[in-house]
Design a protein around this ligand. Sequence first.
Ligand SMILES: [Fe+2]
Ligand SMILES: [Fe+2]
Length: 195
Amino acid sequence: MSQRSRHQAQLSRHVSKRTGLPPEIRQHLIPLSRELWSKHKGYSGKASFFIEYHQNIINNLSTIQSQLTRSLDHSNQSGIQRLIHQTKQLLKSLDHHHKIEDQMYFPYFKQNNRNLINAVELLEKDHKSVEQKIHQLHKLLTKLELYLIKANKTYPFALMVQFFEAVQEFEKMIRRHLFDEEEIIIPIFILDKSF
Ligand SMILES: [Fe+2]
Ligand SMILES: [Fe+2]
């Protein structure tokens, strides 16, 4: 494979570009379909905990998005500080979640499920991309905070549009990552007796 096509293949697997897990990864997944997860006796514990945590992140992101839409519609400056705070809390929580996965779970999965090494490595790459997005979002929030500190009375419309678009893009990326991650790790949590 040429360097150019290798680069293109990598791009199409990027969490902001792909529409699902690549076939070469999908073929090694543990064959336990999503509809059966919650019915399995191994579901309570880590599997259900991760599913609920992921769902919470999605729900909170959707809530922030609707509040941002409302803020933009009414050009109301009073709720901006709260929105910044909620977003920061969510980013902090997600970053912490990813660190635990990177440090505790992923090394264990790779060690004990040799077939899933490439799959877990894809998730590790996702985390790096998400980390970059978190950093960009933080920079934008700091800009907004500085604007508010200057006690500027005009609604920061352009910055709020950027905030909305960044959250929208982030949500799309996170939905992709969490769904694909679940496909890879939830069957392990369900079937591995040590969880
Ligand atoms: Fe993750
Ligand atoms: Fe996760």
